[in-house]
Ligand binder design. Structure first.
Ligand code: AKB
Length: 315
């Protein structure tokens, strides 16, 4: 079957690079990106539509117009911004998902990608090698909405046969598009500031270890999951996926190997510290490895080199 994809919330950090990979794979004419604003750059062969996922009627009209076989729903409010606007975060993250799931059933669109996050874990989840199934008591509104979303995905799969696939993304590191409003954003900002000013002030403490992943791995992992045979998938909530775990102090050391004058300092009492403290330090992703052959390819050293090279030459 010829695939036709609509991506909702495509202007963000993951969307912009995932859309480019999907266009390469399926052809630009088969990938429609959408968001609440027109992106800064749009090539002639790229199809883009303005849409607010909370406007169900407009979303229905868009889906009827383009008749996609797959929907990627990436519109979401992340952890740090979510704490500033909890009601809005809940509304966007839950009702956006429900609109897409209900319209997918109504219009017969079977395959959906929806991102979850390591934010589904909480202070009582194990810190190291956090298991797919363990105590999950998220205490950020973002994490609560993602955990509820995961339960909805599994429910809609079981009850209505929707082929929903999902990954619990760690912090994603990339040089093309900046992240916005997350707790893991420091790990991207640090590179931009290291090259621009030779120093960075981290809002997370030196020893805060978090799960992260380099964008090429995240894009490849997402497409591999979407391509995997349905019968291989044993998780219909969302897959744990691991890349690299490190602390601000460790990434600074790695940057210093290339930029020896780089200096890292720390800001105290940032509200994002409490969110980070409630999250795992590392993730056990054996289900993804066993079910669909997941394997990350970038470690801290390779990612740091690649980030700095690309930022130097392309930004
Ligand atoms: C965030 O920090 O909120 C996100 C995430 C880990 O889901 N990057």
């Amino acid at each position: 079957m010829k695939e036709r994809i609509i991506m909702i919330g495509a202007n963000g950090q993951i969307g912009s690079e995932l859309a480019a990979a999907l266009r390469q794979k399926f052809g630009s004419e088969n990938v429609i990106t959408s968001d609440i604003r027109t992106p800064q750059t749009l090539k002639d062969d790229e199809i883009f539509e303005i849409i607010n996922v909370l406007d169900k009627q407009a979303l229905k009209a868009l889906l009827e117009k383009h008749k996609p076989t797959q929907i990627y729903l990436l519109a979401a409010m992340l952890s740090a911004t979510g704490e500033q606007y909890p009601q809005k975060a809940w509304d966007l993250n839950m009702n956006g998902l429900l609109n897409v799931l209900d319209l997918a059933i109504e219009l017969g669109i079977k395959k959906i990608f929806w991102p979850s996050s390591i934010a589904v874990f909480g202070p009582h989840s194990p810190k190291q090698q956090t298991d797919q199934y363990c105590i999950m008591d998220p205490n950020s509104i973002y994490g609560i909405s993602k955990l509820a979303g995961e339960r909805l995905c599994e429910y809609y799969h079981a009850k209505y046969g929707l082929d929903i696939r999902s990954i619990r993304y760690p912090g994603i590191i990339s040089w093309k598009t900046a992240p916005g409003g997350g707790t893991t954003d420091y790990a991207v900002h640090i590179f931009f500031e290291a090259l621009k000013h030779g120093k960075y002030s981290s809002f997370l403490s030196a020893e805060t270890e978090l799960p992260m992943m380099y964008m090429p791995d995240a894009v490849r992992g997402t497409i591999e999951l979407m391509e995997a045979p349905a019968e291989k998938l044993t998780i219909r909530s969302s897959y744990n996926l691991a890349g690299i775990s490190f602390t601000p102090a460790q990434i600074a050391e790695e940057i210093k190997k290339i930029l020896p004058n780089f200096e890292l300092s720390y800001v105290e009492n940032d509200p994002r510290q409490a969110i980070a403290d409630s999250w795992p330090a590392s993730i056990d992703d054996s289900y993804a490895r066993n079910d669909w052959g997941w394997k990350p390819s970038f470690d801290l050293e390779a990612m740091t080199k690649d980030m700095i090279e690309n930022l130097k030459t392309n930004v």
